[in-house]
Write a protein that binds this ligand. Structure first.
Ligand SMILES: Cc1cc2nc3c(=O)[nH]c(=O)nc-3n(C[C@H](O)[C@H](O)[C@H](O)COP(=O)(O)OP(=O)(O)OC[C@H]3O[C@@H](n4cnc5c(N)ncnc54)[C@H](O)[C@@H]3O)c2cc1C
Length: 356
C-alpha cells in the first residue's frame, strides 16, 4: 500500500488527562454529503468545562472555530483550517412537570431523532411530526427545524450556550431567539458566534396530533389509527419513501428554502402558471415551493458532473457518484438559481450552511 498523508491515522494531541485534540481529522463521516474533507483540528467535548478547556488551549489561539452537529445541513467547500468543535453533551433531563406539561433540558450532542423517540415513548406530545430529521439537538434551534406542520420554535422554551469569543454563557428565552421560517438569531446576527450546549423544551402530557399534512392522516389510519406512536411511524414511513437516505446517497435534505414573496409577485406567477402550488401567508405574502420551480425549469433528475438533482425530489441535490465535492454541488446550485431567476424572476436562497 502506498502511504499518503490521507491514509495515515489522524494524529492526537493530548490537551490534558481527559481530553485529546485530533489533528488533520477526516470529516467524511461527519457530513451527510460525504465530502472527503479534513479538519485541521477536531474536538468533541462532553460538557461545558471541556468546551472551555478546548477553546483556551494555547495551540488553538487565533484559530477559527466552526461548531458542527451531525453535519446534515453543511456544505464544506474545502478542508477546514482551524478547529471543528462538535459538542458531545449527551443528556435528557426532566427539569419540571405539571399535570399537563413536562419541561425537558436536552444536551446539544443528543441525536435529534433519539430525542423524538424518547418523547413519544414517554407519551409526550409536541415533536412527533419532526421524526427522522437527521442531526443533533444543538442544531435544532439554528434553522428552527420544521416538518409536517410543526416547527421546533413551537416547543422551545430556552436555548443555553456559550459565546465563542468571550466564553461567557447565555440563556435565551424563546422570544429572544428571533425564530422564523428556517431561521433564528443563530443563523443571523449570532451566526458562527455561539456554541449551543443544551436546549429546553416544553412537551404536552396531552395534546392534539397534527395529521393534516402530506398524507399523514391516511398513513396513521393504515397503521391502526390516531395515536402518538402511529403518527411517529407514519412520518417515518412517508419520509423513508420520499427522501434519499443520506447513509446511502450523500445529501442535506432541502438544499434551498421555499421563497416567501409579495402577493403582487405571486399573482403574476399564477397568471402564467395557473397550477402553481401556492401557500398564502399572512400580511400580503405567499410561499412558493422552490422544488416546484426547479422542476418547472427541467432540473429534476439532471446530472452535472458528480452532482445531481434527485430524481424524485427536485429540492434535494445529491452527491451522485460519491466523488462530488463542494464545488461540484455549488456549481449545480448556481445553474439552478440562474434558471429559476430567469423563468420566475425569483431568487432562491440556500438552506444549507456553506463552510469555507
Ligand atoms: C435527508 C434529510 C432530511 C432533512 N429534513 C429536514 C426537515 O424536514 N426539516 C428541517 O428543518 N431540516 C431538515 N434537514 C436538515 C437538517 O437535518 C437540520 O437542519 C438539522 O437540524 C441539522 O442538524 P445537524 O446537527 O446535522 O447540524 P449541522 O449540519 O452540523 O450544522 C448546521 C448548522 O448549525 C450549526 N450548529 C450545529 N450545532 C450547533 C451548536 N451546538 N451550536 C451552535 N451552532 C450549531 C452549524 O454551525 C451549522 O451552521 C434534513 C437533512 C437531511 C440530510
Amino acid at each position: 500500500m502506498v502511504i499518503t498523508p490521507k491514509n495515515i491515522i489522524a494524529i492526537q494531541i493530548r490537551l490534558n488527562k481527559n481530553m485529546v485534540l485530533q489533528y488533520d481529522y477526516p470529516l467524511k463521516s461527519h457530513n451527510t454529503f460525504h465530502f472527503d474533507v479534513y479538519a485541521e483540528y477536531f474536538s468533541a467535548p462532553r460538557n461545558v468545562q471541556e468546551i472551555t478547556e478546548v477553546l483556551t488551549a494555547p495551540i488553538l489561539k487565533n484559530k477559527s472555530c466552526f461548531v458542527l452537529g451531525g453535519g446534515s445541513n453543511v456544505l464544506f467547500q474545502s478542508n477546514f483550517k482551524g478547529l471543528i468543535l462538535k459538542p458531545d453533551i449527551q443528556s435528557i433531563q426532566v427539569i419540571h412537570q405539571t399535570a399537563q406539561s413536562v419541561w425537558v433540558e436536552v444536551g446539544a450532542g443528543v441525536d435529534w431523532d433519539s430525542f423524538v423517540e424518547w418523547s413519544v415513548s414517554k407519551g409526550h406530545y409536541g415533536i412527533e411530526n419532526l421524526s427522522l430529521i437527521p442531526g443533533n439537538v444543538g442544531a435544532s434551534p439554528v434553522q428552527n427545524i420544521g416538518a409536517y406542520g410543526t416547527e421546533i420554535m413551537d416547543v422551545i422554551t430556552q436555548v443555553n450556550g456559550i459565546f465563542l469569543d468571550s466564553l461567557e454563557t447565555f440563556s435565551f428565552k424563546n422570544s429572544q431567539c428571533e425564530f422564523s421560517y428556517r431561521n433564528s438569531i443563530f443563523k443571523n446576527s449570532l451566526k458562527g458566534k455561539t456554541i449551543i450546549t443544551s436546549v429546553e423544551f416544553v412537551l404536552g402530557k396531552r395534546g392534539n396530533i397534527k395529521t393534516s399534512y402530506g398524507g399523514v392522516a391516511q398513513e396513521v389510519e393504515r397503521l391502526g389509527g390516531y395515536s402518538l406512536k402511529n403518527t411517529r411511524q407514519a412520518i417515518i414511513n412517508i419520509r423513508e419513501a420520499k427522501l434519499p437516505d443520506p447513509a446511502v446517497i450523500g445529501n442535506v435534505g432541502s438544499f434551498f428554502k421555499n421563497p416567501i414573496v409579495e402577493n403582487t409577485v405571486m399573482n403574476k406567477i399564477i397568471q402564467e402558471f395557473p397550477d402553481a402550488p401556492i401557500y398564502k401567508l399572512d400580511e400580503g405574502y405567499s410561499k412558493i415551493p422552490a422544488g416546484w420551480m426547479i422542476e418547472q425549469c427541467g432540473w429534476k433528475g439532471k446530472t452535472l458532473g458528480n452532482a445531481a438533482v434527485h430524481k424524485n425530489q427536485a429540492l434535494v441535490l445529491i452527491n451522485k457518484t460519491g466523488l462530488a465535492n463542494g464545488q461540484d454541488i455549488l456549481a449545480l446550485a448556481h445553474e439552478i438559481e440562474k434558471s429559476v431567476k430567469l423563468k420566475f424572476g425569483i431568487e432562491i436562497s440556500k438552506e444549507v450552511n456553506v463552510v469555507s
